[in-house]
Design a protein around this ligand. Structure first.
Ligand code: UD1
Length: 361
């Protein structure tokens, strides 16, 4: 069986890495990796291949940045050529980025089977580009691998036949136990000159960081917070551009340590050891849940409700006066203790590969 897995943007690399490792145990499966090049910077892409021991991609499409239509369309044009040449039995896509939807649509139109890992998540907010990508990808997929119970309910409600759906757990979590010895050895705390307790912050959602008023208020919030705790802020390229263009990056309090995007090992060290996390990311809500670190999510909704219901995630909304209240609550010791959602046990990729290996395709 020949499988082409697609990676495009940062969170995809962490999801395909454990799947690639698990596929190696099946001599009858040839697993190829196609990198669309949606994320191309060394710090947004290459470092993850090195740290997560992914081989050099078999195909690199070099798509780069662009509007949603441009990025999606260019990916489809280039990916179609690969599929026509390679004729795989299965295209495997992960997550919800533009590369995910572009490649699943290309494969489905060529009548190639599609597997979606991380299927069924819904924020129920169609203004999020990722939500549209999830809905389209799930509808095109032949095999849907679900990370949490809400995904099963969403797919059932949308009429996706049950026999296509498999509850297999969370592949992104698979990396954490295996890499923990390396994570523990990270020197990032010294490198960033952090002294004691710190908060880890990441923000990159267009709805937040493309908005000047939000960034101005954020700076005020961080100035206040910086009197109480150090803040590490690895800055995503989109956020960096907007900070530079809209408010000026250098204006932050010295206890707010801005840095370049970090690799997996250093970043996970910071997740594990932070007093709490402030983020609008999807994946970090899950990683912090697994590590039982309080996570304050600066969004009005989440497609990962189990992190709030079972885990240590708190949905604080995008009104920063409310975020401030939640932060002060957490700082004063009112910390939410969570537990780990079902099947987030480091074995999701094994389960998925096992199911795929039995498919008659
Ligand atoms: C994308 C995903 C989002 C995911 C995020 C993780 C979509 C719709 N969005 O958003 O779901 O959470 O990745 O980071 O697919 N840029 C660089 N270097 C890079 C990559 C991007 O400078 O290596 C710049 C681009 O030029 C652009 C901005 O960052 O200005 C945004 O990149 P893009 O891939 O379009 O979307 P993200 O916001 O990263």
């Amino acid at each position: 069986m020949k499988i082409v897995s697609v990676v495009g943007a940062r969170p995809n690399f962490m999801k395909v890495a454990p799947l690639h490792k698990a596929f190696q145990k099946y001599p009858n499966i040839k697993h190829l990796i196609c990198h669309t090049g949606q994320h191309y910077d060394e710090k947004m892409s290459k470092v993850f291949f090195e740290e997560l021991e992914l081989p050099k991609p078999d195909f690199y499409l070099g798509i780069g940045s662009g509007s949603h239509a441009v990025q999606t369309a260019k990916t489809m044009i280039e990916f179609e050529k690969i599929l026509i040449d390679e004729k795989p039995n299965l295209v495997l896509v992960v997550g919800d980025v533009n590369s995910t939807v572009a490649c699943s649509l290309t494969a489905a139109k060529l009548n190639i089977k599609v597997a979606h890992v991380e299927a069924g998540l819904r924020s129920n907010d169609r203004t999020m580009p990722e939500e549209l990508n999830r809905i389209v990808t799930d509808n095109l997929s032949d095999y849907l691998f679900v990370t949490e119970k809400s995904g099963l309910e969403n797919l059932k409600r949308e009429g996706i036949p049950g026999e296509k759906v498999f509850f297999t757990g969370n592949v992104m979590i698979d990396n954490i136990p295996g890499y923990m010895p390396k994570i523990e050895l990270s020197k990032v705390k010294q490198e960033l000159n952090l002294h004691g307790r710190f908060c880890l912050m990441t923000l990159h959602r267009p709805a937040n960081v493309d908005n000047k008023d939000f960034l101005v208020e954020l700076k005020e919030l961080l100035s206040e917070l910086a009197h109480k705790i150090e803040i590490v802020f690895p800055v995503h390229p989109r956020t960096k551009n907007n900070l530079n263009n809209l408010i000026g990056e250098e204006a932050f309090h010295p206890n707010v340590k801005l840095c370049e995007p970090l690799g997996y090992i250093d970043f996970m060290y910071l997740v594990k050891n932070s007093a709490f996390i402030l983020t609008d990311s999807g994946g970090i809500q899950e990683e912090s849940t697994y590590l039982n670190v309080p996570c304050i999510t600066v969004r009005d909704n989440t497609e990962r409700p189990s992190t709030v219901e079972v885990g240590s995630n708190i949905l604080a909304g995008t009104d920063l006066s409310n975020v401030k209240k939640v932060v002060n609550d957490v700082l004063s010791g009112n910390i939410k203790k969570g537990s780990i959602p079902e099947l987030w046990d480091g074995k999701a990729a094994e389960r998925i590969c096992n199911i795929i290996s039995t498919l008659n395709i």
